[in-house]
Design a binder for this molecule. Structure first.
Ligand code: LCS
Length: 395
């Protein structure tokens, strides 16, 4: 981060908002309005023509949302941020803006289930094809790029298998070929991984997760250059309309203030639970980036500041054993989503990734026994004791 910028922990609290502009209100006001009045017909004409800056209609711009957009742009070290009504609204607005009929998208081998569903829909409707690649080497990336590839789309760490992709390596190849690289940074949050600083072009987030942090809002964010996000704002966001409401933007501004301290705690708790899980006889594989035996450990060391709060593991048993384990948990919540104060646990094959066809799930490493854990902010000893007692009950 440049020297004249505030440090991350200060930016999450101050960027994008100055109380002097809002009658001294310490927290940003919620501009709960759909539209804005013009002083005259001529002013309305100038605003519509883009000749005068100002507010017109809340699908186009809202002051609470603008504060959030400026804050996330600063946190990701990008030029402009845009906020959306969900992570999927952000992802679809970005992918539709980067493609036209018959183009090709090169994707990481693992993707969130609905992102996979979106890609399938784009293929069925517009023949926008996609391939899944491990992106494990320069040769693999070069071989997977086609003449019609107009976008590379990466999740890292991958949901739910925690594989990592070397963003610096992929973006260097993409630059040579002038192909934009989009990174879903949801699992890391802007605190742990900085894709734009590694040469990637666009970052997207499900802000529903760590950025909101309290399980009370569904929202999405995208960050990139002015040029690209201006285009998204005036096309796939404005005309498809997946905008965020002002109250939800305010919840994210509030959630962001504690992102660094929450993330430190998530990371610390997850590290302890990982150490316990890896030594349990009923656990086959544990997937967590800060593991010297993880095949992508060197990428983790290079690219992430800490490993995050997500762990996946395979029960040594069957799907029925995995479900039995889940049913025996006491306070850990059986729920999809992640990044909340509460520890959440789910079964990807029958929940978040059920929409992915079996063959692709196998390629992604999503087995019947795989469990995904979002370690919360509780005492890690309580989290472990709940997991251990439920494992003990598998017959
Ligand atoms: N990207 C990732 C990596 C995600 O995990 C999710 C949602 C999305 C994008 C979409 O964001 P949304 O529209 O829901 O805000 N992941 C979920 C999950 O793992 N469980 O429930 C939702």
């Amino acid at each position: 981060m440049a020297k004249d910028r505030m440090r991350f922990e200060t930016s999450v609290i101050h960027e994008g908002y100055d109380s002097k502009d809002m009658l001294g209100s310490l927290t940003p006001p919620i501009f709960q309005t759909s539209t804005y009045t013009f002083d005259s017909a001529e002013q309305g004409e100038r605003r519509f023509a883009g000749e005068e800056d100002g507010y017109v209609y809340s699908r186009l711009k809202n002051p609470t949302v603008v504060a959030l957009e400026e804050r996330i742009a600063a946190l990701e070290n990008g030029e402009r941020g845009l906020a959306f009504g969900s992570g999927m609204a952000a992802i679809s607005a970005v992918l539709v803006a980067l493609t036209k009929a018959n183009d090709h998208i090169l994707c990481s081998v693992g993707l969130y289930g609905c992102t996979f569903g979106l890609l399938q829909m784009m293929e069925e409707k517009y023949n926008i094809t996609h391939d899944l690649s491990e992106m494990e080497s320069e040769e693999a990336v070069r071989a997977a790029i086609k003449p019609e590839t107009t976008c590379i789309y990466i999740e890292t760490p991958i949901n739910p298998t925690m594989k990592l992709i070397d963003l610096e390596m992929v973006s260097a190849i993409a630059k040579e070929k002038n192909i934009p690289v989009v990174v879903d940074n949801t699992f890391s949050s802007p605190y742990l991984q900085h894709p734009l600083e590694l040469g990637c072009d666009v970052v997207v987030h499900s802000a529903t997760k760590y950025i909101g942090g309290h399980g009370d809002v569904v929202a999405g964010l995208a960050v990139g250059t002015h040029e690209f996000l201006d285009e998204v704002a005036s096309t796939t966001q404005k005309d498809i309309g997946g905008i965020i409401g002002p109250f939800d933007a305010w919840l994210l501004l509030r959630g962001l203030k504690t992102l660094p301290i929450r993330m430190d705690r998530h990371c610390d708790n997850a590290q302890h639970v990982f150490e316990k899980l890896r030594h349990h006889p009923l656990v086959k594989h544990v997937y967590f980036p800060n593991d010297e035996d993880h095949p992508d450990y060197s990428i983790f060391k290079k690219q992430m500041d800490q490993a995050g709060g997500m762990i996946s593991f395979e029960i040594a048993g069957t799907k029925k054993d995995a479900q039995q384990f889940l049913n025996h948990l006491k306070f850990i919540k059986l729920a999809v989503s992640l990044g909340d104060a509460e520890t959440l646990i789910q079964h990807p094959v029958s929940m978040t990734h059920a929409v992915v066809p079996e063959e692709d799930r196998a390629k992604m490493g999503i087995t019947d026994e795989l469990i995904r854990l979002s370690v919360g902010l509780e005492a890690w000893e309580d989290v472990w004791e709940d997991i251990a007692q439920a494992l003990d009950k598998i017959s």
